[in-house]
Ligand binder design. Structure first.
Ligand code: CTP
Length: 461
């Protein structure tokens, strides 16, 4: 669903929310994360990073100068490429002065007659940021139209690419723009830095403003903070603080397979990727992690994570309830079968009549059981994968199962749910606050979940 691309980021102060979690309390979330970021000496993951900034022709190009200043101030090396139209808004001299590097605006250097090697530039960067990205530049990027050096470099880049669009509200809402963005995010795996809402250069009020420089820089910083493999540079900054040292985190993940006979089962399409990513993030935060894992071929990389295989709802129930008393935090992301065959057959069921009726009985609800047994200071997190009435259903589960947080993903959002490497979530807490996140890789989503959990841990845990 293209609409999901328009959604704003809970970590960014952006008010536009045409997504599954409308009218959220973003204000509270933003100020919280901004305060936390300021307290933690923000942006230190940018130190030593090589950032390639592509500026396209928008009135918002002046904000890109502030982005360069912030990046450089935080230890990043910045090189700037401008489209010819961008030079009408801001002089290349501004960017070369701030970045202390020559600015590239065309394929050939006019005074020296030298070719500007866009392939080399694309390979040089640890991250490429296109800000502001106009509707035209997005269209060219999505269609591989390399008629300027910015898009040619984009096509050559092997690093993560961040796109911060800026345009008037009708251009932003136009299906052509949304289709291009959708393609860039879901197919090209680029990272979208959501647009802001407010007064636009046209005087109209709506969505389409370039995100603020601090938000853009914060976004890239968070990317590096949550992707430790990206930290292989000289002077590598410290790993994320060991915020969960001494804590035990219990996670369920993957599907359960309920046997019908020795050959067949009742199951679902879960892969366990999301829960495994959460286990990895929790372990990196210093926690002791128990991962109760359903039927899947995937395993966590971190050898410190203790994996308990539990392939049926009953086995998962037994393992999880046994471990819960020693857990400070329990995150139940498994897709547990709600029903299991009453009498699994010992031998293969033979083909007989035209109709086969199988009696199923309800499984035990693990999450609800933990909710009943939860002691003060234990934090319980559930998941809800919904297809309709998403928010209402998630709220019911939060309340009925006595949860502290529920992570909601909707199968109506493209790229969310089972079998994707990406997910789009919204988290609701028991105080009724909502935290929305754009489409991201499951690893990034895991960090978003863990970062929020850390903020919610009661002081008694
Ligand atoms: N869950 C569980 N044990 C079950 C069923 C679900 O622990 N037997 C947990 C899941 O791990 C998830 C949450 O409950 O964290 C919600 O699961 P979901 O299948 O979305 O909801 P149900 O309560 O089963 O309701 P329904 O299937 O009717 O939506």
């Amino acid at each position: 669903m293209i609409q999901s691309i328009v959604a704003s980021n809970a970590q960014l102060p952006i008010q536009t929310v045409p997504s599954m979690c409308q009218n959220s309390l973003l204000g509270g979330v933003i100020s919280e994360s901004q305060t936390a970021a300021a307290a933690l000496s923000p942006y230190y993951y940018l130190n030593g990073k090589k950032i390639l900034l592509g500026v396209s022709g928008s009135i918002a190009a002046y904000k890109a100068a502030l982005v360069v200043r912030l990046l450089v101030k935080n230890g990043a090396e910045v090189r700037v490429i401008m489209t010819p139209s961008a030079t009408n808004f801001v002089s290349p001299l501004t960017f070369s002065t701030l970045s202390k590097n020559e600015v590239i605006t065309q394929f050939f250097s006019t005074h020296e007659g030298l070719w500007n090697n866009h392939v080399e530039l694309g390979l040089w960067a640890d991250a490429m940021l296109v800000a502001p990205a106009t509707a035209t530049t997005l269209a060219k990027m999505a269609n591989g139209n390399a008629d300027n050096v910015l898009v040619a470099t984009y096509l050559s880049a092997r690093c993560p690419v961040f796109i911060a669009p800026a345009m008037d509200l009708d251009m932003w809402k136009h299906p052509a723009t949304q289709r291009n963005l959708h393609f860039l995010v879901t197919e090209c795996k680029n990272h979208l830095i959501p647009v802001g809402h407010g007064e636009l250069a046209s005087g109209l009020i709506g969505d389409g403003r370039l995100a603020e420089p601090e938000q853009i820089v914060d976004y890239i910083n968070q990317y590096f903070a949550t992707n430790s493999s990206a930290l292989v540079v000289n002077n590598a900054p410290p790993l994320p603080p060991q915020t969960l040292l001494g804590k035990t985190v219990l996670i369920t993940a993957g599907p359960t397979y309920e046997p019908l006979d020795p050959v067949r089962f009742v199951g679902n399409r879960s892969t366990g990727k999301m829960g495994i990513a959460i286990a990895e993030a929790a372990a990196q935060m210093g926690a002791k992690v128990f991962l109760v894992l359903g039927e899947t071929n995937l395993l966590p990389q971190n050898k410190d994570i203790q994996v308990i295989s539990a392939h049926t709802a009953q086995a998962m129930y037994e393992a999880t309830t046994a471990l819960f008393p020693e857990a400070n935090i329990a995150i139940l992301s498994a897709a547990v079968a709600d029903y299991t065959p009453v009498e699994p057959q010992k031998s293969k069921i033979k083909k007989t009549g035209d109709l086969l009726v199988i009696n199923l009985q309800k499984t035990l609800d693990i999450l609800a059981t933990l909710g009943k047994n939860k002691k003060e200071g234990q934090l319980l997190v559930g998941f809800a994968l919904e297809t309709d009435n998403e928010e209402e259903n998630a709220r019911k589960k939060l309340q009925n199962k006595n949860l502290d947080l529920i992570v909601l993903n909707s199968l109506r959002d493209e790229g969310a749910g089972f079998r994707h490497d990406t997910n789009k979530i919204c988290i609701i807490d028991k105080e009724n606050n909502k935290y929305e996140y754009p489409l991201k890789s499951k690893d990034e989503v895991a960090w978003d979940i863990m970062n929020l959990i850390v903020k919610k841990i009661p002081s008694s845990v």
